[in-house]
Design a protein around this ligand. Structure first.
Ligand SMILES: Cc1ncc(COP(=O)(O)O)c(C=O)c1O
Length: 392
């Protein structure tokens, strides 16, 4: 029988998708889903009206390539007010979600054999997207400061660069650890990308969830040549509308237009209309409230897990996840995730899929109801008590 592409054949399904499929096959009625990262809070109320108006207003037709000008204008203002990024409308291109932003930007920039530097740890999709495009993903191991902050080290970064390096793909805030790049780190990184003439791509999917006193700094606010990827998925709890946008210098946007033309064509018109309604509301206030809610859940979970003897768990700088580490029990993240799944019906992501830095940890989504979080902590505590029995 005719085969599928060897590249596609070599690609693995992600840990989140695999464990979700396994869970649905089990059909348990007490499963706790902490593997994915889908905000549960309600989106801004303006969304309901916008959805009801889609057909009446004609947003069920093809849109202009980059997106409706009225939406691009709103995005331009959001970029100015929230990200300190100053661009014109021609530098913004809407796409079907943050995942599409990644795929489209990388497809525009790399060719077979090109190396793309990614952080260790990082989102497991990065390496697979790069592989799909015929590129080579190379991990740059992040290191911890004395105060526990995980940062990109300039020396390690420079040592990772070869004459095949085309792109540095940075994620800030970082999935899974929530680490936020500081201005000084970004300045260091910019010096390196300029010195070696490498594209800087910044994925800011989690820009809305940075906890006080940390600040989200968009690399493009410092280095305008940055190609920045944004999404409406997480900040506004709109994962289903599949809308994101790329912000880049005009020559890059012109190249992106060709990739868009021959792949998805245009971002969905209905989603653009909904997104415009979100940005017409007081979206910065909305995002602040959502961030505060996630902060409280995140701290509840990290503090509760810290109180389990032997478990290490950082208070995060941002984001929708915490990453308890179980190395003290001589167990890998893969084994711990398996134990939590099989015996406790709790879905997590093994830290190892994010890189060396994730060893011995599991990633847990924090944005669940308080009662569910309490039950999750109870189950993790029971699992750990069982481990002590095994290892002592
Ligand atoms: C770091 C990162 N970037 C991008 C995405 C893409 O999400 P979406 O396609 O829903 O915007 C995700 C999703 O979890 C993510 O974790």
């Amino acid at each position: 029988m005719a085969k599928v592409s060897t590249i596609v054949d070599s690609i693995q399904m992600s840990a989140v998708s695999s464990i979700s499929i396994k869970a649905s096959e089990k059909g348990w009625d007490d499963t706790i889903f902490m593997a994915g990262g889908e905000p549960q809070f309600s989106p801004p109320s303006s969304v309901n009206k916008a959805f009801s108006e889609i057909v009446e207003k004609g947003y069920n037709k093809y849109s202009p390539f980059a997106g409706y000008s009225s939406l691009l204008q709103k995005i331009k203002v959001k970029l100015r007010d929230f990200n300190n990024i100053h661009v014109n409308e021609e530098q913004i291109y809407t796409v079907p979600g943050g995942s599409s932003a990644l795929f489209t930007a990388l497809m525009t920039l790399i060719e077979k054999g090109d190396e793309v530097l990614i952080q260790d740890p990082c989102w497991e999709h990065y390496a697979q997207i790069i592989n799909l495009l015929g590129g080579v993903a190379k991990k740059v191991k992040m290191v911890r400061n004395e105060n526990g902050h995980l940062r990109v080290d300039r020396e390690i970064l420079e040592k990772s660069i070869t004459d095949k390096t085309k792109v540095l793909l940075l994620n800030t805030p970082l999935n899974p650890t929530g680490s936020v790049l500081t201005t000084d780190e970004i300045k260091d990184i910019v010096e390196v990308v300029e010195k070696y003439d490498i594209h800087l791509v910044a994925d800011e999917e989690y820009e809305g969830f940075v906890f006080d006193p940390y600040k989200h700094i968009s690399p493009a606010a410092i280095y305008p040549k940055t190609i920045t990827l944004f999404s409406f998925s997480k900040t506004y709890a709109l994962t289903g509308i599949r809308l994101g946008y790329i912000v880049a210098p005009e020559d890059i946007i012109n190249a992106i237009r060709k990739v868009s033309l021959y792949s998805f064509m245009y971002a969905p018109s209905p989603s653009q209309y909904v997104a415009e309604a979100v940005l017409s509301d007081n979206h910065i206030e909305f995002a602040k409230r959502a961030c505060q809610e996630m902060f409280e859940k995140s701290r509840y979970l990290s503090k509760s897990l810290q109180s389990i003897p032997g478990v290490l768990c950082d208070d995060t700088e941002s984001g929708l996840y915490v990453n308890p580490n179980f190395s003290n029990f001589r167990i890998s993240g893969i084994e711990m995730s398996e134990l939590l799944f099989e015996r406790y019906h709790l879905l997590s992501v093994p830290g190892e899929v994010s890189g060396e830095n994730g060893k011995g940890s599991v990633r847990l989504y924090v944005g669940l109801d308080q009662k569910v979080l309490e039950e999750a902590v109870k189950r993790i505590r029971s699992a750990v008590e069982q481990l002590s029995l095994v290892t002592n």
